[in-house]
Design a protein around this ligand. Structure first.
Ligand SMILES: [Zn+2]
Ligand SMILES: [Zn+2]
Ligand SMILES: [Zn+2]
Length: 331
């Protein structure tokens, strides 16, 4: 069987697992569909590989060698094949497009389900599958020139569609519940569009009751005074601990930026707030969007260098100058 057939087979087995409706088959549904996606991506690498070695681009290690004619060509060394991260790099270099933030989200959801599956997880399984199907459909059509409807088993196709339909209808209700949401900080207004349940990772978070910020007297805008009720429609838990909810949304919104900062260098978009400890200190806003904390000191009183978040308790000095002052005091 070729890679493409293997990929489709894996996806179909996943849909069948899901149709069984049993808890233990649910995890394997996600596992199989995810494996299917990886195979689809590898199929693209095979199609892009040179004629002399169709497996070349799926090999992790590529080494240059001279062929009989004396020309330099790459050969794939060893048996190890590329992982998701390496596929991403190759695709970017070769102009193949994939919705990476969605794919990494699926990968995180899959991990979540592998490790923390509970009786409240079936909703999250459907969500992970629905999001996976979007990727599968797009990639088959746009990158592999295959028609999903004719390549996937006719008997399973309706199930494929239903999983998508049910989830995206639910998601729409949730997204619309946040319409008109107006919090003091723009980062949060953007971040709630990426709302996620901090119990189960589902994006089916619905705002049940909401009093807009504008109706409240200015001065002390605390989130809990304005938002009364939210719930996760996947695991059913009420979401009422705002700092955790904000943190989750911010991490989702800025996931790509902080990922790039961490892997390619640069300033991360947010940091841990010294006041509330949540990852909600947004540099662009100059404050913590969850608890309103603003840094007391900007520049060092002695050398006027910038004072970081972790240096705020040094009486207005940067850590270098604070050390120096401490040394002088001891002498
Ligand atoms: Zn949940
Ligand atoms: Zn804070
Ligand atoms: Zn200083």
């Amino acid at each position: 069987m070729g890679l493409l057939q293997n990929a489709i087979y894996s996806i179909e087995v996943g849909i069948e697992d899901y149709q069984e409706g049993e808890d233990k088959r649910n995890v394997s549904a996600v596992r199989n569909v995810y494996a299917g996606i990886l195979l689809l991506l590898k199929e693209k690498l095979v199609r892009l590989s040179p004629e002399y070695d169709p497996d070349l681009l799926i090999k992790k290690r590529l080494i240059p060698q001279k062929n009989k004619a004396g020309d330099v060509e790459f050969i794939g060394a060893g048996k190890t094949t590329v992982n998701l991260k390496e596929i991403e790099v190759r695709f970017k270099n070769l102009g193949v497009s994939v919705d990476w933030s969605r794919l990494y989200e699926i990968s995180r959801l899959r991990n979540e389900l592998e490790h923390y599956y509970t009786d409240k997880s079936p909703g999250l399984v459907r969500e992970t599958l629905a999001k996976s199907f979007l990727i599968i459909r797009d990639f088959l059509t746009n990158e592999l020139d295959e028609s999903p409807v004719s390549i996937i088993d006719r008997d399973l196709w309706p199930a494929f569609l239903e999983i998508e339909e049910v989830f995206f209808a639910e998601e729409k209700v949730c997204k619309e519940s946040f319409k008109g949401f107006n919090w003091k900080y723009e980062t949060i207004n953007q971040a709630v569009k990426h709302a996620k349940c901090y119990f189960c990772e589902s994006s089916l978070v619905q705002l049940i009751e909401h009093e807009p910020y504008d109706d409240k007297p200015a001065g002390k805008p605390l989130f809990k005074e304005f938002l009364t009720k939210m719930q996760c429609n996947s695991c059913g838990e009420p979401i009422d601990y705002w700092p955790d909810f904000f943190e989750k949304c911010v991490e989702e919104l800025l996931y790509t930026d902080s990922y790039i900062a961490a892997t390619e260098g640069g300033i991360p978009p947010y940091d841990s707030c010294p006041e509330c400890g949540k990852n909600t200190f947004i540099f662009e806003e100059g404050c913590c969007v969850a608890c309103d904390y603003k840094p007391e000191h900007e520049g060092c009183a002695r050398c006027s260098n910038h004072i970081g978040l972790d240096e705020q308790d040094l009486n207005g000095l940067c850590s270098y100058c604070a050390n120096l002052a401490e040394k002088i005091r001891r002498e």
